[in-house]
Design a protein around this ligand. Sequence first.
Ligand SMILES: Cc1cc2nc3c(=O)[nH]c(=O)nc-3n(C[C@H](O)[C@H](O)[C@H](O)COP(=O)(O)O)c2cc1C
Length: 455
Amino acid sequence: MKRQLHLNLFLHSHGHHEASWRHPTSSPLPLTDIRYYLDLAQRAEAALFDSVFLADQLALGGDVAQAPRTWLEPITVLAAVAMATSRIGLIATASTTYTEPFNLARQFASIDHISNGRAAWNIVTSWLATAAENYGGAGQISHADRYVRGEEFMEVVKALWDSWATDAVIDDRAIGLYARRDRIRSINHRGDYYTVAGPLNMPRCPQGRPVLVQAGSSDTGRRFAAQHADAVFTAHMAKATAREFYADLKRLAASEGRLPERVLILPGLSPMIAGTETDAQRLAREVNDLTDSEVGRKRLSGRFGGHDFSHLPLDRPLSPVDFPDPASVQAARSRTEVILHLVRRDRPTLRQLLGYLAGARGHFVTAGTPEQIAELIEDWFIDGAADGFNIMPPLLPAQLDVFSAEVIPILQRRELFRTEYTGTMLREHFGLPWPTSVFDDMAWKAELQEAVAGV
Ligand SMILES: Cc1cc2nc3c(=O)[nH]c(=O)nc-3n(C[C@H](O)[C@H](O)[C@H](O)COP(=O)(O)O)c2cc1C
């Protein structure tokens, strides 16, 4: 079969544009109303998206006076969405820095059971500096240390998910045997950061382990993704950097002994779509006119770990010296590099840069007709920049509906996207194998021993 695209819907606020909530087409439901998320997930499932995704930050943003974000805790939302859908994959963000591996392993295994095999975890180390103030107040752990801790965290959660064999539960009520004790193992982990005895207090989940998603793009982030991620989210403002990222990550995955096609790369795409290009651009301008540049300035400051941009005039072309060196930034380092790449290339004014970032915070923003958007998707897909896309509609639900009704059918006609779900689990949508566990290895060894003994 022809290689096909994967599409994830990134649910965020009333749309990814910073001013989406003020636009007349945005949903009237507040972001604390679960019906808002259920409705969007059902629309995405009807359009055959692979998955929906919720991001998360562990502190209130400094721009709350002028900007609603996604408020409900994502894992909790997924439990509700799981009950209102049956096929679509469910991805939630959770932090390796600010939780314990045992908690997280239970939560995602639970979502996988509740959804019959549709759960995925977006692994983040949490870049937002103010989050540290809500978790002990000892200050933000450095970028490098967050990843070192994350590595050990991964070792523990994987061991916990593997601590039950698939066939551990017998549930034989007549003889009174619930589980085979020899098919459940402690993990006895003792490391620099975590001490966890295990096993997990829950049977192995339908997908074996939840699907693992990652979105770090710094050098350390890329190595982490190459080792652990089944799917990788990434932000690019140009196809050239997306291609460079794609090639590098596939190479790194291969050097980890993994099949590169089993690490899906999904760059963000925020398309404003209308019947004509002029109408799409007019709509984009209309939403942009609702933004407040002081909100943008605060967000930019957050991206650069709190750097002060208040003295910069709005209308003079920017230069790289107006920004701190990305290597010194302890927040989302790769996004600062994306921004600096744009500044070097286009020399925008601060007003122009903030206008662009208002669209989708540093992801690829475009406005066009359904044909133009489908063309762009196909071009990135066949030209080594993407295995699919993280679709970030600027206005929700309006621009999701246009994408589903107008762009997806073009992709389907070109045989680039599914016309029905062929599986029920997210692993199947993503074309991923089932993870093997220590028990599979034991079963395989036992079979081998029997065969050898037979000879
Ligand atoms: C699509 C996407 C979604 C992300 N969602 C979150 C999130 O929910 N919470 C978070 O702390 N970081 C999030 N990030 C940030 C990344 O996890 C990572 O911290 C950031 O890209 C910086 O990576 P680096 O530290 O390797 O440079 C997201 C990034 C992308 C591209």
